[in-house]
Design a binder for this molecule. Structure first.
Ligand SMILES: Cc1cc2nc3c(=O)[nH]c(=O)nc-3n(C[C@H](O)[C@H](O)[C@H](O)COP(=O)(O)OP(=O)(O)OC[C@H]3O[C@@H](n4cnc5c(N)ncnc54)[C@H](O)[C@@H]3O)c2cc1C
Length: 395
């Protein structure tokens, strides 16, 4: 940390990415493929993980579009090489009623996606960034200030001044860059929290992820590599706080009572809880600053779309930049085109999640009949089912 020293000469780069998480590193690698010089500033060194490491608790269901993007930056095989669990089926049902099952065969694919630990994805991407000659990865203390000029931005970090054509915020939901750029957010905290429980099942890894809806909130199972799994239990914040305090044997019986029989036998390995937040940046662009991933949007994790939307942001930004000439790759026109593409799409997905959430949390008999009718209809209309599956897979 050099915050007491006088600022040293500028460090210049074309793209300055703040946040070396999944979205930040993917953006860096994509930009480097376009020949851009990139600097990534990250405050916590990503963990080194091997197939023998304990299973991480934060996992994501990566859809086919995300897999494609990660393949294009030559990272997907390495991610799967550490560990990932492929799933071919996705089932949703309400209480004891008949499930709607989406199958990879319905859309002529071998699978619907993979469940992967966030730390594995970040580690592989970060390592690839470290190896890339156009990418400079820096571990930093704190971002102090942002100054915007006509055709560049300057960021003061630990006393050093970085000058870049474009500052790209990939620093998550509490984005410091978003705050420094003065971009506001809209949103709210949901009344529910999510309890995430890492489990060891007695079966080999399963090829199905499922979600049981109920008026108190969904209960989901995500299969992981090595016969492990992740349970997500949505409930009121107070209930989740109580459940989290329980010793593992009591929590295990509470889960057995609340979750469907499909779960089978399992042992609890670790437990954590997360508040559920909806947050949307009022703008994705301000001068020479652009927001991607969670810095732009936090979505209810109900359908596991968070980082998939972040990777869609990356794809959109890279595509609009690919069409620009060298002098204008970070111009207002290009950044506005990115915002136009992504802001509405992200808002539509957030609103769809909220509609599903509200519909399934409603105990009124008429609403219950209507939603069961809707689920049955999807089951009986192959075309509707195919379209829903393709959309969830990002196709
Ligand atoms: C319970 C739960 C379940 C979820 N399940 C899924 C799922 O199944 N599928 C899915 O797609 N998504 C899921 N998500 C969402 C997903 O985890 C996020 O969308 C994803 O992590 C966002 O990635 P990101 O790179 O944008 O941000 P982050 O993962 O938050 O990464 C931000 C990075 O920036 C760094 N950083 C932050 N501030 C600074 C700073 N000032 N200076 C330097 N570096 C900084 C951080 O250290 C971090 O490395 C879930 C979320 C929750 C809460």
């Amino acid at each position: 940390m050099k915050s007491q020293q006088a600022p040293c000469p500028h460090k210049t780069t074309q793209a300055l990415i703040v946040g070396g998480g999944m979205v930040g590193c993917a953006t860096a690698l994509m930009l480097a493929q376009q020949g851009k010089r990139v600097t990534i500033l990250e405050r916590a060194e990503p963990k080194a993980i091997s197939a023998q490491s304990p299973m991480g608790l934060r996992v994501s269901a990566l859809n086919l579009a995300s897999e494609k993007l990660l393949s294009e930056i030559d990272c997907w095989n390495d991610i799967v090489g550490v560990r990932a669990c492929r799933y071919r089926r996705l089932a949703v049902w309400e209480d004891q009623l008949e499930p709607v099952e989406f199958h990879a065969d319905d859309i002529s694919q071998t699978h619907l996606g993979h469940i992967v630990e966030n730390d594995v994805v970040q580690m592989v991407l970060w390592q690839r960034c470290l190896q890339h000659e156009l990418i400079d990865c820096q571990l930093i203390g704190s971002v102090e200030s942002l100054m915007q000029q006509h055709n560049h931005s300057e960021l003061t970090v630990d006393g050093d001044v970085y000058r870049a054509d474009l500052v790209i915020a990939c620093d998550g939901g509490q984005s410091r860059i978003r705050q420094l750029a003065g971009i506001g957010v809209e949103g709210w905290q949901y009344q529910q929290h999510a309890l995430v429980v890492g489990i060891d099942t007695e079966q080999a890894s399963q090829d199905i992820t499922w979600q049981q809806m109920s008026a108190t909130g969904p209960k989901a199972f995500l299969p992981l590599a090595q016969g492990k799994g992740s349970l997500v239990w949505y409930h009121h914040a107070d209930e989740i706080a109580q459940l989290k305090k329980l010793p593992h044997p009591q929590l295990l019986s509470a889960i057995r009572q609340a979750f469907p029989d499909q779960l089978g036998h399992f042992a609890i390995e670790q437990v954590a809880s997360f508040p559920l937040t909806r947050q949307h940046a009022q703008a994705y662009v301000d001068g020479r600053v652009v927001l991607l991933g969670d810095s732009a949007h936090l979505i209810n994790p109900l359908a596991g779309q968070g980082v998939n939307l972040g990777f869609k942001d990356v794809r959109a930004l890279i595509d609009v930049m690919a069409d620009a000439d060298e002098a204008n790759w970070a111009s207002d026109k290009i950044l506005t085109a990115y915002q136009r593409q992504r802001k509405f799409d992200n808002l539509a997905m957030m609103s769809a999640m909220d509609a599903i959430y509200a519909t399934f949390s409603n105990a009124r008999p008429s609403v219950k009949i209507a939603r069961q009718f809707g689920l049955n209809l999807i089951n009986k209309l192959p075309m509707a089912k195919r379209l829903a599956t393709q959309y969830a897979c990002g196709l």
